[in-house]
Design a protein around this ligand. Structure first.
Ligand SMILES: [Cu+2]
Length: 430
């Protein structure tokens, strides 16, 4: 199976919205070795990155193909979003931008101080008539380049994005994530010890949107009216549901290398004490009220700064709906706690679960394991396909602006993914 179908996404979401029971999803775990889960960082010992602004295409789950502009690692091909750059706080960062696009472009680093462009202070650019042409020095069209340097600021996540013709170029895809890590503490979000996260359980959710009409006009070299723009696709890491569930580097999404499936085990004070972390970044033009089901998340950073008082008081807070504003970043810690400890023999769920056929939109397949117990996988009716590996749970997570949870208006899709919770012992297929 090359791709999760809309039908499955629909069934998944319907199940998640209607019943507080586990639903099923097929992951691509059996695929090639380079596929993975969680953040994929570009790193460099000298914190020097060479990016090329180039064009390419992304695919959407409804079969569309959209012309994009984006930053890529100069040694690799087109990708959306730009590479996730991971650096250490307090050290110099160098970003060399090469431009292969037909117009000038640039990068701004919101939240970073003392940015220089070709050794001069980064500053707005004006034409001879005094009109603003760019928020920062540019790389000229077709083959220009510019080098930006700065000292990486406080630990947390930041956007990097175009500072030139921003309404158009941001819509076209010129954005990426910058993760600044605390010096000496790569497994903490910020300098606070209580921001530690579990090894390998770090996720970036770079949220954005696409109006395909704008992209078609740019591809055809026609005039663009960004004021008339209406976005139709809403994405996490350049992908829309159900492509968000596919692993990193899924070969059928060559220009969209970053997945968005959170994959964890329940909190346990001894065996799994640390939470996962998710970095939410909004590269779009409207609020994205991102809404994970199943558990709150603890917001510990906003715009790259720890939420704490002047004396280090903890000002983090639990939130069920994360309102990520345009240009904003939120870093959260999340875990999943088996609060009820339901157990089929020692602590059974005190109600009769309705039959599968009463709960789901049943076609030739299903997501449901026929069991509400974590780690238990019951048989499904003979006409249905069992997609559950080991009785794992799935919780839907999506934009609660429901038009953003669509692919060109078709529910359910868009800015949506799932959080997968495996049984405490891990996932052993039954
Ligand atoms: Cu919801």
């Amino acid at each position: 199976m090359k791709r999760l179908t809309i039908q499955r996404a629909l069934a998944l979401t319907a199940a998640a919205l209607l019943v507080a029971t586990p639903v099923l999803v097929r992951t691509q775990a059996s695929a090639a070795a380079e596929m993975s889960e969680g953040v994929l960082c570009d790193t460099d010992p000298n914190q020097t990155f060479s990016l090329t602004a180039r064009d390419g295409y992304i695919s959407t789950p409804d079969g569309n193909s959209i012309y994009m502009w984006s930053y890529s690692n100069s040694k690799r091909g087109f990708q959306l979003p730009g590479p996730t750059l991971c650096v250490e706080s307090g050290r110099q960062v160098t970003v060399i931008l090469h431009n292969s696009l037909p117009e000038a472009t640039s990068i701004v680093f919101p939240g970073q101080q003392g940015v220089k462009a070709n050794g001069n202070p980064a500053q707005p650019q004006f034409d001879s008539g005094g009109s603003l042409t760019s928020l920062v020095q540019t790389a000229a069209a077709t083959d220009g380049s510019v080098t930006y340097t700065f000292t990486a600021g406080s630990p947390g996540s930041y956007l990097y994005e175009t500072g030139t013709d921003v309404d158009k170029q941001l819509q076209m895809g010129l954005y990426g994530a910058l993760v600044v890590r605390p010096a000496g503490h790569p497994n903490q979000v910020n300098d606070r010890a209580d921001s530690a996260f579990a090894n390998g359980k770090e996720y970036v959710y770079l949220l954005s949107e696409v109006d395909p009409d704008v992209h078609l006009a740019v591809e055809r070299n026609q005039p663009v009216d960004v004021n008339a723009s209406k976005s139709r696709y809403f994405m996490i890491n350049g992908r829309s549901m159900p492509d968000t569930l596919a692993p990193n580097n899924a070969p059928w999404l060559p220009g969209q290398p970053y997945g968005a499936l959170v994959h964890i085990k329940p909190y346990d004070a001894v065996t799994n004490p640390l939470p996962a972390t998710i970095h939410y970044l909004n590269a779009g033009s409207v609020n994205y009220p991102f809404h994970p089901h199943g558990s709150d998340e603890r917001v510990i950073n906003r715009d790259g700064h720890a939420l704490q008082g002047g004396s280090g008081e903890d000002l983090s807070y639990l939130k069920y709906d994360l309102d990520v504003g345009p240009g904003q970043t939120l870093d959260v810690l999340m875990d999943w706690r088996d609060v009820e400890h339901w157990n089929a023999t020692t602590n059974p769920i005190p109600t009769q679960l309705p039959a599968i056929t009463d709960q789901l939109l049943v076609g030739s397949d299903t997501w449901f394991s026929e069991s509400g117990y974590l780690g238990t996988k019951n048989a499904v009716p003979s006409n249905l396909t069992q997609n559950n590996e080991c009785g794992e749970y799935y919780h839907i997570a999506h934009s609660h602006a429901l038009e953003q949870a669509t692919n060109y208006g078709a529910a359910f899709g868009g800015m949506m993914t799932v959080f997968r919770i495996d049984p405490p012992a891990g996932c052993v297929s039954q």
